[in-house]
Design a protein around this ligand. Structure first.
Ligand code: ATP
Ligand code: MG
Length: 198
């Protein structure tokens, strides 16, 4: 039997415990062998609206954050591929590399509501099961029944945390501790990301 692989995509600017708690709970609930925190190279839906931190730094933050947590990994495939990051391309590469694997794409409620805007969404539908996790501030998406998706819903602790709020905190000098894993906080300080000096 092939592996059950979850792909949790994000900009992770920066990664926070909301992402990590959702990932480990999705892994547990669905019996996934691995969950890959896939760092978007160019998050095309965010470009233009704000400055996005260099992809290599966002990857380092994810690597620091997952540390030794079993089954969680940082994914660099979209960075290595370069250009804009489309989940359809990522899944096609995963399918080619792991023909026997069962693939799961994990998204929060806010992203689940925007799936119609994704590139080549029919390819994503064909290649993966959609896993939806609750997120405060967004409603449970409707309209997924009968839309051709294989869907799993996973209930996770509601953590009202966003990278946007964390960037604001950093600029204001408020602490990121316990909202972001310690090793990632240390990396932010050392690199002076988000205007925090080390
Ligand atoms: P930003 O504020 O910059 O958009 P974010 O906190 O939304 O950052 P993203 O990298 O945009 O983080 O999100 C990646 C994925 O993680 C998305 O599927 C999103 O729904 C999910 N996610 C983010 N924060 C949470 C949270 N607190 N609880 C559950 N899911 C979350
Ligand atoms: Mg977001």
């Amino acid at each position: 039997m092939g592996q059950r692989i979850g792909i949790f995509g994000g900009t992770f600017d920066p990664i926070h415990v909301g992402h990590l708690v959702a990932a480990v709970n999705a892994r547990h609930s669905l019996g996934l062998d691995r969950v890959i925190m896939m760092v978007a190279n160019v998050p095309w839906q965010k470009v233009g609206s704000r400055a996005v931190t260099a992809a290599g730094d966002r990857l380092s933050l994810v690597e620091a954050a997952v540390g030794g947590v079993p089954g969680l990994e940082a994914g660099r495939q979209e960075i290595d591929r370069g250009g804009e990051s489309y989940t359809a391309d990522t899944l096609e590469e995963m399918r080619a590399a792991h023909p026997d694997a069962e693939l799961f794409v994990i998204v929060g409620w806010d992203v689940a509501a925007e799936l119609a805007t994704w590139e080549r969404i029919d390819d994503v539908k064909a290649l993966a099961t959609l896993v939806i996790v609750n997120r405060p501030g967004a409603g449970r998406p409707r309209g997924l029944d009968g839309s051709g998706w294989r869907v799993e819903e996973v209930s996770v602790p509601n953590l009202e945390i966003s990278s946007t709020d964390l960037r604001d905190r950093a600029v204001d000098g408020r602490p990121l501790d316990y909202l972001v894993p310690e090793a990632a906080v240390a990396f932010i300080a050392a690199r002076g990301l988000y205007a925090v000096s080390g």
